[in-house]
Design a protein around this ligand. Structure first.
Ligand code: ADP
Ligand code: MG
Length: 228
């Protein structure tokens, strides 16, 4: 128990720190990348071009870390507000659509439900939807289908994000969400750590179904307000 309390504290400190530096760090990264590309286009020296490519790759990696962590984060904690989960899921799909198209992934959305409300920080919830969808798409390097489904039973709302990708082994499943656990060459292993903690912070539950070679489904279950 003590161990898990410490882990929780550490996570809080880390997320807070991250949120406070995100915006300040993202801009200079973008600017530097632009200038490097500009210089690169004028370079003829093979060796220098190689270094330039390395520098750009490293900047991209830094940006990726920020994206996994804080795409929607504000430098200051946002207050909890009443959000419509259905419209938030719709919004996340429009955000992820360009990446899906680029990766030959078609999105199958079954989300036509009446508004369902709960209290949460909008941006954090968007961040976690985005991280789950991004992983689903990244699991389908040869294209596939991303199915996003919402079902409601009384006050329980279940969001299911399903892919037809590589799937996970038992061992991978047991490690998902562990800080820095990644199987990707350019992964950060931060996306799920952050997203699991957001779901739990919202009082939600989270379940995975996954089979290697078949795909993965993650179910997120939240308590929403009564209808009326
Ligand atoms: P990253 O995406 O940077 O690797 P994440 O924390 O988002 O970090 O995910 C951690 C790991 O969990 C991934 O590297 C991958 O091995 C596994 N994973 C997560 N989602 C999926 C998925 N939908 N299909 C297959 N593996 C997944
Ligand atoms: Mg990820």
């Amino acid at each position: 128990l003590l161990h898990s309390v410490m882990e929780g504290q550490k996570l809080k400190v880390v997320s807070h720190l991250a949120a406070s530096i995100s915006h300040e760090v993202r801009n200079p990264l973008t600017v530097s990348r632009g200038f490097l590309q500009l210089i690169d286009s004028d370079l003829n020296d093979r060796e220098k071009k190689g270094y330039m490519k390395l520098a750009i790759t490293e900047l991209d990696r830094a940006t990726e870390i920020i994206n996994d962590y804080l795409t929607f984060a504000k430098p200051y904690p946002e207050s909890v507000e009443r959000i419509d989960i259905i419209s938030e899921v719709k919004h996340s799909i429009s955000v992820i659509q360009p990446l899906a198209s680029m990766m030959n992934v078609s999105i199958n959305a079954k989300i036509d439900l009446p508004s369902a409300y709960m209290h949460s920080e909008k941006r954090k919830f968007q961040q976690c939807l985005l991280n789950f969808s991004k992983n689903a798409i990244e699991a389908m390097s040869n294209g596939g289908t991303l199915t996003i489904q919402i079902a409601r039973k009384d006050n329980e709302l279940k969001i299911s994000i399903q892919d037809t990708g590589v799937g996970m082994t038992k061992d991978q499943l047991s490690r998902i969400g562990e800080p820095f656990f990644t199987t990707k060459e350019k992964g950060t292993g931060l996306g799920m750590m952050v997203s699991h903690s957001i779901v739990k912070g919202m009082g939600g539950e989270l379940m995975y179904e996954s089979e290697p070679g078949i795909g993965t489904t993650v179910h997120l279950v939240f308590q929403v307000e009564n209808v009326n």
